[in-house]
Design a protein around this ligand. Structure first.
Ligand code: PXP
Length: 239
């Protein structure tokens, strides 16, 4: 059975809306673990729009499943990752103006610069995953870079408007996954996966981990809202 990495960034997004202390992503991580999450993922963005440095520190102390830190390969964040030593880092491209990660990391053109970063992580025993588009040249470059893991971007599959386009995108992920496995790397996938579109991706041969955030946090709101209102009502009734 493949593993589920739960991305809890959006719990911090909600907290940052008020710059307060709740909801706490560390509590979310514990709940996700109790629900069966095999990994916890957070993205420490350069603009700190959701997850903060202190969250990563506290998660590192609390979470007992592997912690996966999504990050841009920039000096400041690399230094933080080397200090906190998550089990795994996932290298992603990052743009200030995007609402979420938009495309895979272009390792095919940037691999010379990235090689040093990957080596440093390996020296500290941190596994490195490259978040890449489902393209052969990117898979080959990730291998050249020394990554042991590739996370294939499932966004184009998830966002496909027509069924035929979705099938074509799924086929690209399958082919890329086969190449990842043939080159001896671990095949992960993620982005835009939800309760409706996850099954075909989870069924791909050799796939190891799925990384999912938005759909799970969105669902959690609706699973929990009725009870949250009932608890508030009960507090008022008691008054
Ligand atoms: N994988 C990577 C590399 C991501 O950047 C993200 C979004 O933070 C995800 C997976 C999860 O995507 P989603 O929130 O759409 O499930």
């Amino acid at each position: 059975m493949n593993k589920l990495g739960v991305n809890i960034d959006h719990v911090a997004t909600l907290r940052q809306a008020r710059h307060g202390y709740e909801p706490d992503p560390v509590w979310a991580a514990v709940q996700a673990q109790l629900g069966g999450a095999d990994l916890i993922t957070v993205h420490l963005r350069e603009d700190r729009r959701h997850i903060q440095d202190r969250d990563v520190e506290r998660l590192r102390e609390t979470v007992t499943v592997p912690l996966n830190l999504e990050m841009a390969a920039v000096n400041e964040i690399v230094a933080i990752a080397l200090r906190l030593r998550p089990a795994m880092v996932t290298l992603v491209p990052e743009k200030r103006t995007e609402v979420t990660t938009e495309g895979g990391l272009n390792v095919a053109t940037g691999w010379r610069r990235l090689r040093g970063v990957v080596r440093r992580f390996h020296r500290y025993g941190i596994a490195v995953s490259a978040f890449i588009d489902a393209e052969r040249r990117q898979v080959l470059a990730a291998r050249r870079l020394g990554c042991a893991i590739c996370e294939i971007h499932t966004g184009p599959y998830a966002n496909a408007a027509r069924r035929s386009k979705q099938q074509a995108e799924l086929e690209k992920i399958r082919t890329a996954g086969e190449e990842v496995l043939n080159l001896g790397m671990q095949f992960n996938a993620g982005h835009g996966l939800n309760y409706q579109n996850v099954t075909p991706v989870a069924s791909l041969p050799g796939i190891e981990e799925l990384h999912i955030g938005h759909a799970i946090i969105s669902r959690a709101v609706f699973i929990g809202l009725r009870r949250a209102v009932a608890e508030m009502k009960a507090a008022m009734v008691r008054a």
